[in-house]
Ligand binder design. Structure first.
Ligand SMILES: Nc1nc2c(ncn2[C@@H]2O[C@H](COP(=O)(O)OP(=O)(O)O)[C@@H](O)[C@H]2O)c(=O)[nH]1
Ligand SMILES: Nc1ncnc2c1ncn2[C@@H]1O[C@H](COP(=O)(O)OP(=O)(O)O)[C@@H](O)[C@H]1O
Length: 215
């Protein structure tokens, strides 16, 4: 290859909106963190929430924590791509600079529920990849929620109550992965990301590259 040509592993491509959803406690935060640690080329879309921080959660890193008045103001000013009520609090995806960054090939990871997934998909089908994580069993889901130790008993009960209705949305996703062993689940999620990055429609750099091959 001539030196002036772009290396083939650096061909331009559109970024993707990689959504991980699951019933609470199935492990999407765990898998998201593993993915963000392993992959330099994907950024977390940090959501805005009215829920109080859990121990160890940092404002601006895990969520932007705001009060109801601030959330109202952001809704009025059309600052959200989407937002939804979950467990008595509100959660939203701020618009930020996602659209322009996608064009530059930046991938974004979204840890959002099925309502947000639906809204993002309606707005931007070509860039969205939807992955749903299931627990290996309901008993294991409950064990994980308890072992996390972050929620009061009534919150755990509410999350278990809601788990079945969240699971019922599994068929609105492109991929479904069962999180039995976290490492194995992470490896599968990473394979999905790798394959989606290679989709022809996303590889905008292929057009000049193939033209050159055929000339
Ligand atoms: N629609 C929407 N859902 C969100 C957003 N951020 C977080 N969520 C969802 O809100 C739910 C509750 O999140 P959280 O309080 O962190 O508890 P978790 O279920 O243990 O992750 C999860 O299903 C998240 O995926 C957002 O910006 N939009
Ligand atoms: N494959 C797994 N095996 C055992 N425990 C897990 C696994 N994945 C996640 N956990 C644990 O289960 C709890 C809930 O996981 P978390 O990632 O917070 O779920 P979510 O974000 O879906 O609510 C955490 O304590 C986490 O360490």
């Amino acid at each position: 290859m001539a030196e002036s040509q772009t290396p083939t592993d650096k061909l331009a491509r559109r970024g993707l909106m990689f959504i991980l959803s699951s019933p609470s406690g199935a492990g999407k935060t765990t898998i998201s963190r593993m993915l963000l640690e392993a992959e330099d080329e994907i950024k977390l879309s940090v959501s805005v929430t009215t829920r109080p921080p859990r121990p160890g959660e940092i404002d601006g890193v895990h969520y932007y924590f705001v009060d109801d008045a601030e959330f109202d103001r952001m809704v009025e000013e059309d600052d959200f791509y989407e937002w939804a009520h979950v467990f008595g609090h509100r959660y939203g995806t701020p618009k930020g600079r996602i659209r322009n960054a996608l064009k530059d090939g930046q991938d974004f990871l979204f840890d959002i529920d099925w309502q947000g997934t639906q809204q993002l998909y309606q707005k931007d089908q070509q860039d969205v990849v939807r992955v749903f994580i299931l627990p290996p069993s309901i008993a294991e889901l409950e064990r994980r929620l308890r072992s996390r130790g972050t929620d009061a008993e009534e919150v755990i009960e509410a999350r278990m109550e809601r788990a079945r209705s969240e699971i019922s949305h599994w068929d609105a996703y492109d991929y479904v992965v069962i999180n039995e062993d976290a490492q194995a689940c992470f490896a599968k999620v990473r394979e999905i990301l790798d394959a989606e990055r290679m989709k022809r429609q996303r590889q905008t750099g292929l057009i000049p590259f193939v033209r050159e091959l055929m000339s």
